[in-house]
Design a protein around this ligand. Structure first.
Ligand SMILES: Nc1nc2c(ncn2[C@@H]2O[C@H](COP(=O)(O)OP(=O)(O)OP(=O)(O)O)[C@@H](O)[C@H]2O)c(=O)[nH]1
Length: 611
């Protein structure tokens, strides 16, 4: 007898649909996914947490999806047949484009969700093109038609014009009220193709390793998509990329609750556990086969996601160093794209040099370390990866401005460039053009989508990692959308700018800048630091320098001995306030030689204002 929790497997291919949802952030992907789960009975209403698919707290708070997950739904269609629908969730943010692409490769179709009041945005484009690249069939879904501002007919035209796909039969829904959800389910069955399998269920096993994560109870879990053959419990599998062998312990699907299975057949998606020690032992994109009867040819693999932004993370309190190391180790268990190695800074002591997929990824990790592990951290200026071509013919990568070799030994410095797509209401176009121009951007294209401008710019990533996105949002009052991809490395006239406080270089503030922008940036940094560093008993010079050349300078004047002297003794409240202010200022300071620098000064100094 089989245990009760086990479901029999191997749905015929014709009755399987594997799909993703692609959308711009906030267009309602998670709300729609919840509705689909709810209306197919995957979870009883009371079990629905607000957003079932976004399982991590921070994701929920920020309303973004980070880790791709999957659910298996059972749907009885109008033709009377019951279908298995596998939804693979994809992250919506530009930093995680790589995860989007690997999730898409496990399915045959996508729901393209567009907010019927907002229309096509930058990430709609980026994500839909990725789906098209993966040969996906698309079902267009216009969401939020309950909103008075919804204009489904206009948005249909816009989709046809901008994306170039037929949107005449788009499904109109409100994921919020549930309107139109049955039509979405029906469209998934009738418009998206069933998976294909050349070999069928008796062929040698060929499965795609889609994702892996660490579960506290079950250990490493691997999400697989079966292409050919049958994956069974107890089978000895081999990962063709790493040549590692494992015995399959558990097979299951997420509904979204875990349900055990005996086997998975062609076209199916599920997870396995196999006593794999670390997530790092699994390689996303790898082909899984049966050890004793392997498939002849592996699937084309993915290239691993490369960190593109690096920064140093240091504990404010040196005693927290070991805690920081262990917290980072824990986060890495589930996030192989986050890397770290020990670093020591003259200014900040011991910490870690960390690599991230992008700025949002950096922020999320920093926030999780501070919140979940209760650590106070100082982050240094984010840096992109530069390629250094040395005069002796060798090539090396520079992740940290502090490691910059002697300039006379460098022949050329190359920096990464991106191609950015920006969609904005016409009113803000002027401001955005100026921002792109100030950041060394090269305009590639400017077209119109209705009343909105669509801009394509090539920009050095170095100019984007600081606060480009924040600036873009503030210039456009939040209306502009932005997406990018890294294109190539190009030679740049780059120099390392150091900041000296009271004659001592503060290594955590040094950064790579373009020669032409160095003076302006140096001046801004000095001015900001002048505001942010409290007065001391002596004069403090603040200087920006390239090599031995000082390019900007400010001086913080010396403090009068008694801060309350000006109060003439009379006003007691004012006196107390001043003293309190002074006391508060003592918190989270770092000592640099004789000077104390408040932590906020680092963060603020690294965000350069344009105006
Ligand atoms: N009025 C209205 N609001 C909706 C509808 N669908 C979603 N929303 C709201 O739109 C916001 C964004 O919805 P989400 O489902 O979180 O968007 P998302 O696309 O999953 O966002 P990411 O997870 O960041 O990719 C939420 O505040 C939803 O409540 C709808 O049909 N009508």
């Amino acid at each position: 007898m089989r245990p009760m929790s086990t479901t029999s497997s191997k749905t015929p291919l014709s009755h399987i649909r594997n799909f993703s949802i692609v959308a711009h952030i906030d267009h309602g992907k998670s709300t729609l996914a919840d509705r689909l789960i709810q209306s197919t009975g995957g979870l009883a209403e009371r079990e629905m947490s607000e957003q079932v698919l976004d399982s991590m707290d921070i994701e929920r708070e920020r309303g973004i999806t980070i880790k791709a997950q999957t659910v298996r739904l059972h749907y009885k269609a109008n033709d009377g047949e019951t279908y298995v629908l596998n939804l693979i969730d994809t992250p919506g943010h530009v930093d995680f484009a790589y995860e989007v692409s690997r999730s898409l490769s496990a399915c045959e179709g996508s729901l393209l969700v567009v907010d019927a009041s907002q229309g096509v945005e930058a990430q709609t484009l980026a994500n839909v093109y990725q789906a098209i690249d993966n040969n996906h069939e698309l079902v267009t879904v216009l969401n939020k038609i309950d909103l008075p501002a919804a204009e489904p007919e206009r948005i249909k035209e816009q989709i046809e014009e901008v994306i170039g796909i037929d949107a005449s039969d788009a499904v109109l829904i409100s994921a919020k009220t549930g309107l139109g959800i049955p039509d979405v389910l029906e469209a998934i069955v009738t418009k998206l193709p069933a998976p294909k399998s050349e070999g069928g269920e008796t062929a040698p096993l060929k499965a795609l390793l889609v994702d892996s994560w660490y579960d506290t109870y079950l250990g490493v879990m691997v999400l697989v998509r079966i292409i050919d053959g049958t994956l069974k419990k107890g089978m000895t599998i081999r990962m063709m990329g790493t040549d590692a062998k494992y015995s399959v312990e558990r097979i299951g699907v997420l509904t979204p609750k875990m349900v055990a299975m005996d086997a998975l057949g062609p076209g199916e998606i599920g997870f396995i556990t196999a006593s794999i020690k670390e997530v790092a032992d699994t390689r996303v994109g790898d082909t899984i086969t049966e050890d004793k009867r392997p498939t002849a040819k592996a699937l084309p693999g993915f290239k691993p996601a490369q960190p593109v932004v690096f920064c140093g993370l240091f504990p404010v309190d040196a005693a927290d160093f070991e805690d920081l190391r262990s917290a980072m180790g824990k986060l890495r268990l589930n996030d192989a794209s986050f890397s770290f190695e020990m670093e020591s800074s003259a200014a900040l002591g011991f910490g870690f040099r960390c690599g991230f997929l992008g700025l949002l990824h950096l922020e999320i990790i920093q926030e999780r370390l501070e919140r979940e592990f209760d650590l106070d951290l100082i982050a240094t200026a984010p840096s992109v990866v530069y390629k250094l071509f040395m005069t002796d013919g060798t090539e090396r990568e520079l992740h940290n401005p502090a490691d910059m070799p002697d300039v006379v030994k460098i022949a050329e410095i190359h920096e990464p460039w991106i191609r950015a797509t920006i969609l904005t209401p016409d009113d803000y176009l002027g401001g955005i053009l100026k921002l792109c121009q100030d950041r060394r951007g090269i305009q590639i294209e400017l077209t119109y989508v209705g009343t909105r401008a669509m801009l394509t710019y090539d920009l050095p990533l170095n100019e984007v990692v600081f606060d480009f996105y924040d600036r873009l949002k503030s210039i456009s009052k939040g209306y502009a959308s932005f997406d990018y991809q890294i294109t190539d490395h190009k030679e740049g006239n780059l120099v390392k700018m150091s900041i000296l406080v009271n004659g001592e270089p503060v290594d955590a503030l040094s950064m790579m800048v373009h020669r032409m922008a160095a003076e302006k940036r140096g001046r801004e940094m000095c001015e900001k630091l002048k505001e942010l560093i409290p007065k001391h008993m002596f004069k403090i010079p603040i200087q920006a320098a390239i090599g031995g050349n000082v390019i900007a300078r400010e001086t913080i004047s010396a403090l009068r001995k008694d801060v309350t002297a000006k109060c003439y003794g009379g006003d007691a409240t004012r006196k107390r306030k001043l003293l309190e202010k002074q006391k508060a200022g003592k918190k989270r300071m770092r000592q640099f030689g004789k000077v104390e620098i408040p932590q906020e000064a680092f963060i603020a100094a690294l965000k350069m204002g344009d105006e």
